[in-house]
Design a protein around this ligand. Structure first.
Ligand code: MGD
Ligand code: MGD
Ligand code: SF4
Ligand code: MO
Length: 879
């Protein structure tokens, strides 16, 4: 399998979000890979977002784990696999099957996932396989099952273009599903009557397309949708025939809802009654409504209820299973759906089957095993808690980084450190989770792997390899089957290719199905895996684009179920503390192991930050761009203050991306409480209670450097820059001698000359080390946040014939104008360039700015931000 994969252009699928865009990858003679959107893929029709467009820049082998390691030392595959299989076997023999666990990920391919699940639930005989999808989709899964009797997403992407009203709930589509967002932008431009409502406590970039933004109080959504149900009933705007023929439980749900008149809703949701009224009247009057929801709904202690409160309104109006209508849970990870399909969640067995005596028997017969797990296993939060108690004694973590992404992350780290045997399969040599591992296994990554993923609209697409496996990296399915073989299950794991595994998965979905399970891939039996075109399931004979069009659901009586939902009491943190909301930024992916390698993607946000409202900032005496300490009983983080009125007073927002590999203390999950939804066990990642306070900084610093330093400072954050790295620094105590600090941090030889200037009055100083006209390192320090243009300074890394004077001045000369903070990452266009196009060249539309500067003309992910800059400039001009 180690041969060079030589192919001109390979049709594959993006490894990031659940939109599942088709990608054309063309390896170039110089070893780089040209990336383009696949015009024929029905998810994106050729578009890609900033992350997708930059995929070629994340493929370098820097930082890759290339060989198996035992206790930090290189080992052969035989040694490593024997160690994993032997220790798992011994642990099971001594303590029983429930003493071991696998924690997987929606970034595994379906084939990898299938094999891992089969090993744990089918042969080891424990339900202890859970996945990061517990943190992501569990509430949607549970909500679907309560309402439809199965985990089935009814609609498809086309519905977003056909709808007359799109309600986005807890979804920052503009940054997190950018290609879907662009499809909506285009549809709205073509049909200006189409309306968009955004329900999010923050005024995110997605608000750019919203005709109405309801800045709800955290978890105010249930009240909003429960009240909507009551409003629809009260005004006779429901679909009584649909309710009677195709649903059950309506009156019980309505009885609870009737206690929620508009004023009470407005109060509980924290929005003006007028805004609620407008939303209700638009929803009531518009037949074609799609309600898109994501983590603002799922990641909540009442997430499953929120899902059902939304679905209830669609059932009451019969707006489901028809073009341009329906509740639509958009998935996060590239294969969040595939994982759900194979049974990756601890409460699922396989192929959309729960644990019942009948399904256990059925799956046992299919797999040829009489040791199939009899009951669900431990779900994510419980799994790590059991580990902390010493009950899980061996764990295998695949394609996820729980030390950074699980709530109460410091406790998760401690549980892993205490666990007698930890195996981590990852592409990266150094992750916060990998550091805790006894055995590290090098996994093949995107571009090297071969298999399938399922996107948000139930479309199965192929990921195809176009690069050879580097070092000794191996695909996850191969690693799992080799361990299974060594544990004595060889006969049942006799796979030689992902195609063979996929065929088995297809057969299991069809096995004794007879219409009882919507996940039925019968029609793919015998399909040519190599050329498999993107296909929506179910595929009985041919693919089904839209589910439930016949009004039949997968409950025993074929009727969809209303679920009575009681909105939770509003969460009011004690005086002096805040609600910490967490999520994503446009150009980074989770724990940054891949996007952190691309300078272009790292330029948009280069350090961990917290958004807070100006009134809160003033009250706490937190000035712009200074440092803030967030803390609670679980942990703390130090991040940059981003003061903005996009934020509700009393609410903070911090991105989840920064890890110990990129910052001194940016792990926000250290602060998130492991409180879970009672139905889905999904943690409430969007609502931690924290204190915020200014950090007493003596000196701030900023550096650009050609190579990676070892930093000893109160605060640091590093980001990739073209030609090197850039970094933010702060000292909480005055460093004695900055030049000496610089020498140690950058391991400078004694011969290197450190040139410096210092302005005694302002306390600012600059240091430069230049070798043969190229920059080794430049450091700027000041008692206040350093004002040097990051973009200009990063550009120094690419300059030849540099003079120390130019570097030490810390200001762009006429020959190197400062483009300002990057807005368009495709063409590295900064805010200053865009502003000057607006003010100097009179560009007043996004298109005009694009024509002038190229900004926003490739992937389009920054177009909403450009519109924001034009708007702000326009207002200023008018003032
Ligand atoms: N750029 C980028 N894109 C990604 C990812 C990434 O890491 N980076 N990850 C992918 C993955 S795995 C996922 S799951 C998706 C997530 O995609 P999204 O769910 O769209 O992203 P988030 O930023 O997690 O959260 C969405 C919004 O929920 C809001 N919110 C918080 N609390 C509430 C609430 O109580 N009610 C409401 N209505 N809203 C609330 C937040 O303010 C936030 O703006 O993104 C996918 N796409
Ligand atoms: N506070 C807070 N916490 C959150 C969230 C939030 O919104 N707020 N969101 C949650 C959600 S929705 C999600 S999905 C999670 C995501 O959180 P994680 O899953 O922990 O994040 P990733 O960085 O995507 O981790 C994937 C890991 O797998 C590795 N990898 C990539 N491809 C492969 C492969 O093919 N094989 C193997 N073996 N390894 C691979 C990567 O190098 C990386 O280390 O975070 C959750 N945590
Ligand atoms: S929207 Fe962007 S990240 Fe998501 S699949 Fe498409 S290109 Fe990849
Ligand atoms: Mo996710």
């Amino acid at each position: 399998m180690n041969q060079q994969v030589a192919s001109p252009t390979v049709r594959t699928t993006c490894p990031y979000c659940g939109v599942g865009c088709g990608v054309l990858a063309t390896p170039q003679a110089d070893g780089s890979v040209a990336i383009a959107g696949d015009p024929d893929h029905p998810a994106n029709f050729g578009r890609l977002c900033s992350k997708g467009s930059a995929l070629g820049e994340t493929l370098s082998l820097d930082g890759r784990l290339l060989y198996p390691e035992i206790a930090g030392d290189r080992a052969s595959w035989d040694e490593a696999l024997d160690r994993v299989a032997g220790t798992f076997r011994q642990t099971i023999d001594q303590f029983g099957p429930d003493s071991v666990a696998i924690f997987g990920s929606g970034q595994l391919l379906t084939e990898d996932y299938y094999v891992a699940n089969k090993l744990m639930k089918g042969f080891i005989g424990s339900g202890n396989m859970d996945t990061n999808s517990r943190l992501c989709m569990a509430s949607s899964v549970a909500g679907h099952k309560r309402a439809f009797g199965s985990d089935t997403v009814p609609g498809n992407y086309e519905d977003l273009e056909l709808a007359d009203l799109i309600v986005l709930v807890g979804s920052n589509l503009g940054w997190c599903h950018p290609v879907l967002y662009q499809r909506i932008v285009k549809a709205k431009a073509e049909r200006p009557d189409m309306r968009v409502v955004l329900i999010d406590p923050r005024r995110t970039v997605t608000a750019d397309i919203a005709d109405l933004h309801l800045a709800v109080q955290s978890d105010g959504d249930s009240a909003l949708f429960v009240g909507l149900l009551a409003h629809l009933a009260q005004h006779g705007l429901t679909a009584p025939d649909f309710i009677a023929d195709h649903t059950s439980g309506y009156s019980a749900a309505l009885m609870v809802a009737e206690d929620w008149p508009l004023e009470r809703v407005a109060e509980a949701a924290g929005v003006p009654p007028k805004a609620v009224e407008i939303f209700y009247s638009w929803f009531a009057q518009t037949e074609k409504v799609v309600t898109v929801y994501s983590q603002g709904v799922n990641q909540s202690a009442s997430g499953t209820d929120k899902v059902n409160a939304i679905i209830n309104c669609h059932l009451a109006t019969g707006r489901i299973g028809r073009a341009g209508m329906g509740p639509f849970s958009v998935t996060g990870q590239p294969n969040a759906m595939g994982g759900r399909e194979v049974g990756g969640l601890a409460n699922m067995l396989a192929a959309h089957m729960d644990f019942t005596p009948e399904t256990i028997d059925r799956v046992g017969r299919f797999w040829g095993s009489n040791t199939v797990a009899k009951a669900p296993g431990l779900k994510a939060v419980d799994m790590f808690a059991a580990m902390a108690r010493g009950e899980i004694k061996a764990v295998w973590i695949m394609a996820t980084n729980p030390v950074d992404s699980m709530p109460e992350a410091d406790a998760v780290r401690a549980a892993l450190v205490a666990c007698p045997f930890v195996v981590v399969s990852d592409m990266s040599a150094r992750t916060d989770t990998g550091i805790t591992a006894h055995v590290r296994l090098p996994a093949a990554g995107w571009g090297e792997k071969d298999g399938t993923v399922t996107n948000s609209e139930r479309r199965i697409s192929r990921q195809r390899p176009f690069l050879a496996l580097p070092g000794e990296a191996r695909p996850d399915w191969w690693i799992v089957k080799e361990v299974a073989r060594r544990m004595g299950f060889g006969q049942s794991f006799d796979y030689e290719s992902p195609a063979q595994i996929f065929a088995e998965h297809v057969a299991l979905t069809a096995f004794e199905n007879e219409g009882s399970r919507s996940l039925d891939l019968t029609g793919l039996g015998g399909a040519d895996y190599a050329t498999l075109a993107p296909t929506q399931w179910p595929v009985r004979r041919k693919p089904t684009a839209r589910m439930f069009g016949d009004g039949r659901f997968l409950t025993p009586d074929g009727k969809a179920r209303f679920v009575p939902v009681l909105p939770p009491p509003p969460f009011a943190p004690p005086p002096g503390s805040f609600i910490l909301n967490t999520g994503r930024v446009r150009d980074h992916w989770h724990t940054m192991t891949r996007t952190g390698k691309a300078a272009r993607l790292s330029a948009h946000y280069a350090e961990p930050f917290v958004e807070l409202h100006p009134a809160d900032a003033e009250r706490l005496n937190i000035r712009r761009a200074t440092l803030v300490r967030l803390s609670n009983r679980h942990g703390s983080a130090v991040v940059r203050a981003l003061v903005t009125d996009r934020q509700r007073p009393g609410h903070l927002f911090a991105p989840m991306h920064w890890t110990d590999q990129f910052a001194s203390s940016g792990r926000v999950d250290a602060l998130v409480t492991a409180k879970v939804d009672p139905v889905s066990s999904q943690p409430a990642l969007k609502m931690a209670e924290v204190h915020a306070e200014p950090v007493n900084v003596r000196l701030y610093g900023f550096f650009v450097a050609a190579s990676r330093p070892t930093l000893d400072a109160g605060y640091w954050a590093i980001a990739e820059a073209i030609g090197g790295l850039r970094g933010e620094l702060a000292w909480f105590e005055e460093p004695a001698d900055l030049a000496a600090w610089l020498r140690t941090a950058f391991a400078l030889p004694d011969t290197a000359a450190v040139q410096s200037v210092r302005d005694a009055r302002s306390g600012r100083s600059s240091f430069a080390v230049i070798k043969d006209g190229r920059l080794v390192v430049a450091l700027y320090a000041a008692p206040d946040p350093v004002l040097v243009s990051r973009q200009w300074a990063s550009g120094l890394l690419e300059a030849d014939d540099l003079s120390a004077v130019a570097v030490l001045a810390g200001r762009p000369g006429a020959d190197m104008p400062d483009s300002g903070a990057i807005v368009c990452s495709c063409f590295s266009v900064g805010i200053n360039t865009i502003t000057s196009a607006i003010t100097q060249q009179g560009c007043s539309t996004v298109e005009a700015v694009g024509a002038c500067t190229k900004a926003g003309t490739n992937c389009g992910s920054c177009r909403a931000e450009i519109r924001g800059i034009i708007h702000a400039r326009g207002l200023q001009a008018a003032e």
